[in-house]
Design a protein around this ligand. Structure first.
Ligand code: NDP
Length: 331
């Protein structure tokens, strides 16, 4: 059967395409331009890989792109740490982009839709991740739309709000149209090898940028914005396995492997890649987050139903570092 993956040229999107092709699906990936489609076809030369151009998430017409499609994975959404216009940069494309494809799915009679959200939408307590609690599918980030649109909050917080309101819009729509069989995936910060096309290290995806800034010679340790992680290959597998899993219909699927602080990641790189020593910041005396509480997350569906444990921090960090060093040489 054929699946549609939006944002197929993104960091996670490209891995979803790869996993779906490896699992035997015909995959149609949406991108914004013919140039992006051509770049992606070079990465996936398979005749089972097709592209569709949808220039605009909010206004784009998916009727052609959905012909012959049995399931949709909607992963396209703006993700960056900076913001200039909260509505235009994040809230509108995330929320209205999600509604646009759900409406198109409904019109086309699609019976299976997956939407990529983030674990950030479950952070219901003001301490966010630094509190000894377990977040689960009933938890929601308390931030309001008005706060997010006000222009006073940092980009990352606006991004989280865009994902929350996109997710809520999706659940509302699915309540009206239960035959869409919606599942939402809520991964934590995702690191891992880059297989999608990028023009320069400056256009690296936002999450991998944190690991790159540890090794790029700037010798600055980025702040621990969200010190929990998962790896991109497992996240992509999570999406692909969920497609056929009826047990995940109507569920939020939270996915994380656990804590991963900047200090822990730097320590791993120092130990395992000593040849990088003169590019790395010195390891501080202690992890600023050591001894502080770390929240836990209910990952039962991901682990037990979909059978995805996730890679550990060391494998995740080193596979990312090795990929970024390769990329650096090529670009
Ligand atoms: P990337 O920035 O690498 O990819 C984002 C994708 O979405 C790209 O294909 C991009 O297309 C597309 N996109 C973004 N904004 C728009 C827009 N306004 N109109 C049309 N297309 C757009 O991000 P990731 O791969 O990291 O993220 C993929 C998904 O995973 C997102 O939904 C994100 O919220 C979610 N996620 C990511 C996490 C992470 O740590 N990386 C953690 C948890 C969730 P183009 O290349 O043309 O800009």
């Amino acid at each position: 059967s054929r699946i549609l993956v939006t944002g197929a040229n993104g960091f996670l999107g490209a891995h979803i395409v790869k996993e779906a092709l490896d699992s035997g699906y015909i995959v149609r990936g949406t991108v914004r331009s013919t140039q992006k489609a051509e770049e992606l076809k070079k990465i996936f030369p398979s005749d089972k890989f097709e592209t569709a151009i949808v220039p605009d998430l909010i206004e784009g017409d998916y009727s052609e792109a959905l012909k012959g499609v049995t399931a949709i994975v909607h992963s396209a959404s703006p993700f960056a740490y900076g913001v200039s216009d909260p509505k235009k940069d994040f809230l509108d494309p995330a929320i209205n982009g999600t509604l646009n494809i759900l409406r198109a799915a409904h019109a086309a009679g699609i019976k299976r839709v997956l939407v990529t959200s983030t674990v950030g939408t479950t952070l219901s307590k003001p301490e966010m991740m630094s509190i000894d609690t377990t977040y689960g599918a009933d938890d929601w980030l308390p931030l309001t739309y008005e706060q997010a649109a006000s222009g006073t909050l940092p980009g990352f917080v606006v991004y989280l709000a865009s994902k929350k309101y996109a997710e809520l819009a999706a659940w509302d729509f699915a309540k009206e149209h239960p035959e869409l069989n919606l599942t939402v995936l809520n991964p934590t910060v995702i690191y891992g090898p880059v297989i999608h096309p990028i023009a320069s290290m400056k256009s690296l995806n936002a999450s991998n940028l944190a690991i790159y800034s540890l090794i790029n010679g700037s010798k600055v340790i980025p702040p621990d914005t969200v010190p929990i992680f998962c790896d991109v290959v497992s996240s992509a597998k999570l999406h692909v396995r969920a497609i056929e899993s009826k047990e995940t219909y109507g569920k939020r699927v939270i996915f994380t492997k656990g804590p991963g602080t900047m200090y822990q990641m730097l320590e791993i790189i120092h130990k395992a890649r000593p040849e990088l020593a003169d590019r790395l910041p010195a390891l501080p005396e202690a992890d600023p987050l050591a001894g502080k509480p770390f929240s836990k997350f209910d990952t039962a569906i991901a682990n037990d139903i979909l059978g995805i444990p996730g890679l550990d921090l060391e494998q995740t960090v080193l596979s990312t570092v090795d990929s970024l060093l390769e990329l650096e040489k090529k670009l």
